[in-house]
Design a protein around this ligand. Sequence first.
Ligand code: BEZ
Length: 327
Amino acid sequence: MTPIKTLMSTAVAASLALGATTAQARDFRLGLITPPQHLWSTEAVAFAESLHERSGGEHSVSVYPAQQLGNEAQMVQQLQTGALDMAFLTIAEISNRIPDFGALYAPYLVDGVDHAAALLRSDTAAELLELMPAEVGLVGLGYGMVGMRQVLSRAPIESQADMRGQRLRITPFEPIRDFYTATGAAPAPMPLLEVYDALANGQVDAIDMDFDSILILKFHEQAPNLLISNHMMFPMVGVVSGRVWRELSAEDRELIETTMAEHLENVLSGFQAMDAAQEKEIRELDLNIVEADAAFFSDAIAEWEATWGDKAPRLTMLREEADRLRE
Ligand code: BEZ
């Protein structure tokens, strides 16, 4: 396993900065599933560099992208035991463990990336993070995201009826599984880095994906039809293991919290900044594009709401906040 080693080793850095290694000096490990060129990964490396610098060389962070430490379910287990210190995780895995986070995936909760970023910056979204220490043993320090979800498919999808029976790749989590099941599709949970081959060899007919990942991982080479639906936002959370957090001094917690929050904010604003250009680039590719809105999925949305309205009671508050942000 080769982490992206951000800077020199902890021992060398600490001795240069402080003259000697202190008892508190740490080489943290941060895992994530995205490939090295993805904004989450580059901001994780930038966070590592900032933390190293701001701790006067005392702390370093080794970043493990591309699922090197396992999938998100495995990383959450490692975080819970303290075997892993930090991660940037999709909310997908968190919503499997704390259903209230499923509310963030309500279809058409937000209108686009700017609205999504505003909601994720709100106190209402921040309050959800407070559930994490008690319910999953992780400390959530802030949100990132990718762009809105779209459907890329081998055969055209022009109505919800065309989705019936389609083997449709999803990120492995329940709210999205329930949404696509309600459309009549057959959801196939699959990690991001397995999607290209699954599309190429016909294991799946369609994928749930964002513009950025379609472009970075070239999924459009394997599926010529795009339903621009913007049907869900796709948040990420920066976390520290609760066990590790308890061992840290108040000063180190403050430093990690502010530094990580700053780089997560770069992820939010980065996706806001990239979205229009990525959509333009995708529209210029040789794809058959169909547009969809909430009316396209109306039956599926009604079914989803009936399930998740009960499972994720904070949906009401999030929706009120999303409405306020529209005004
Ligand atoms: C996905 O599972 O589709 C995904 C995960 C992380 C970043 C982007 C996409």
